[in-house]
Design a protein. Structure first.
Length: 216
């Protein structure tokens, strides 16, 4: 097992009071595209997308997107799914450079936490990409749209992002593109937050507590 010599600083502001109202949170909604699901082995990241949410408002004009050179071929199945071609990533920066740029963006926005749809996968992607650079990664505070869905509609089966956006009538963008999925997830997340507020969930601490309502 490799010894990770240094911790990666994601510059997320983690010391915010749990009593902070949801309307005062600075969040960064993220999504990644990869060459496959085996990111701990041979699969690599090929795109990152992110969009800030401040005061439960999506700031599209502050969005971040970058292709990533995976140093390997993109399988035809992934190109069919994402429309990302080898030529798109050939001259793109490597994973480390893009991850650093993403979190520099997060620092500028004074980000308190990350958000995503199945965000555990995106965090796993970061972990393994950083590990390849001999860096260890302590996951920052993060919320998953699935946590809010499990609280609001616990009888539902977990389904596709587009399905939930359709049900809750929130904006939908290009599927299986990192920025498109991040934007779709951002608008869905804001709508779900408005709904949990109606049930008395109004602070950061109360929102974090919802993570335990979903069965792993």
């Amino acid at each position: 097992m490799a010894i990770w010599s240094k911790k990666f600083d994601d510059q997320i502001i983690t010391d915010i009071p749990l009593s902070t109202p949801l309307d005062e949170l600075n969040l960064l909604v993220i999504d990644t595209e990869t060459t496959g699901f085996a990111v701990g082995k041979d699969d690599r990241m090929i795109e990152i997308g992110a969009v800030p949410v401040k005061g439960l408002k999506v700031l599209e004009e502050e969005s971040f997107q970058s292709y990533v050179n995976p140093d390997r071929d993109i399988p035809p199945l992934i190109t069919d799914l994402t429309s990302i071609k080898q030529s798109d990533v050939a001259d793109a920066p490597g994973a480390m450079e893009v991850i650093e740029a993403l979190f520099e963006k997060g620092k500028q926005l004074e980000t308190h936490a990350l958000v995503g749809h199945y965000i555990s996968f995106d965090l796993l992607v970061f972990k393994h990409e950083l590990r390849r650079n001999s860096l260890r990664y302590q996951e920052p505070p993060a919320m998953d749209t699935l946590d809010l869905l499990a609280y609001l509609v616990p009888t539902w089966e977990m389904k596709d992002l587009a399905y939930y956006a359709s049900v809750f009538e929130t904006r939908m963008y290009d599927r299986h593109t990192a920025l498109g999925d991040a934007l779709t997830a951002a608008y869905l997340f804001c709508e779900l937050c408005e709904r949990v507020k109606e049930r008395g969930i109004t602070t950061w601490g109360e929102l974090l507590a919802l993570r335990s309502s979903r069965t792993p």
